[in-house]
Design a protein around this ligand. Sequence first.
Ligand code: NAD
Length: 307
Amino acid sequence: MVKVLVAAPLHEKAINLLKDAGFEVVYEEYPDEERLIELIRDADAVIVRSKPRITRRVIEAAGKLKIIARAGVGLDNIDLEAAKEKGIEVVNAPAAPTQSVAELAIGLMLAVARKIAFADRKMREGVWAKKQAMGVELKGKTLGVIGMGRIGSTVARIAHHGFGMKIIYYDARRCPKEIEKELKAKCVSLEELLKEADIVTLHVPLVPATRHLINENRLKLMKKNAILINTARGGVVDTNALVKALKEGWIAGAGLDVYEEEPLPPGHTLTKLDNVVLTPHIGSSTLEAQERAGVEVAGKIIEFFKK
Ligand code: NAD
C-alpha cells in the first residue's frame, strides 16, 4: 500500500482524494527534522508546504520515498539536489496561489499608500490621526513589476484594469506579446524600472541571481515617494539596506509578506517603523489557494503511482 506522509496542513478534499485512491495517509503537522526522519523512513510520498524542510538528511533517511510534493510554489525548503541524486520526483502546484498572492500584493499597496495599518493602530490608541494619515492614490501611478510571471502579471492585470496604473516590468524573459498588449506593459531594464516606478512589486523566485536583487544601491535609485512591495521571498531584498532606506527616507514605504528570517524575530527594527506594513507570509493563505494546491498535488501523486 502506498503510504503518503502529509507533513503540513492539507485541504480535506486532497486527503480524501488520496484515501479514495486507496493510499494510506499519515498526518503530522510540521514535524521537526528528527521526527521527520522517523516518519519518512517507510513513506512512499511526502507532502509539505513552505515547511517543514526536506533536507539531505531527511532524504537520506527515506528508504522508499519516490515523490516529494509541495502544496504550493516555492521549492526552497526542499534539497532538490539530494532528491535528484536519489531519483526522487519533486512536484508542486505552481498556479494554485497565483490569485491569492496577487490580491495580497494589491492589499499591501493600498495599505501602504493609504496608511491603513498605521491609521488602524492609531485608532486603537485613541488617536484620530487624520493629518498623519494623508495618502496617495494608485490611479495613474506607474507600477514596476519585477518578475512578470504568473503572479507578477496577475498583479499587473488588477492594477491596470482596476486602478488605471501604468505597467512597466523587468524580467529575464520578455512576457508574451498578448499580455504586453492587454496591459500596455513596457519591458524595461531593472535600473529604468527602479527609477521610474511609483510602486515596485517583487515577483521573482529566490535563486542566486535574485538574492539581494534589491540592495542599497538599487534602493537609492528609487523615487523618494516610491513604495516597495515584497510578496516573493525575503532574500530578494537586503533587509538591512531596506531598513536604512525606510528610516532615512530614500523611499516612502514598504509592504512585506516575506522576510530573510522567518518568523521575523520579535522586536525587529521593521516592526518599529510606521511606513512599513507587515504580514506573516500569508500570500497563499486563503481557503481557495489551499484547496487548489492540495487537490493539484494529490492528483499528481495519484497519477505518479498509477504509472
Ligand atoms: P513564475 O515562475 O510564474 O514567475 C517568475 C518570473 O520571474 C518569471 O517570469 C521569470 O522569468 C522571472 N525570473 C526568474 N529569475 C529571474 C531573474 N534572475 N531576473 C529576472 N527575472 C527572473 O512564478 P510565480 O508563480 O509568479 O511566483 C513568483 C514567486 O512568488 C515564487 O517564486 C515564490 O517565491 C513567490 N511566492 C510567494 C508566496 C507567498 O506566500 N508570499 C506564495 C507563492 C509564491
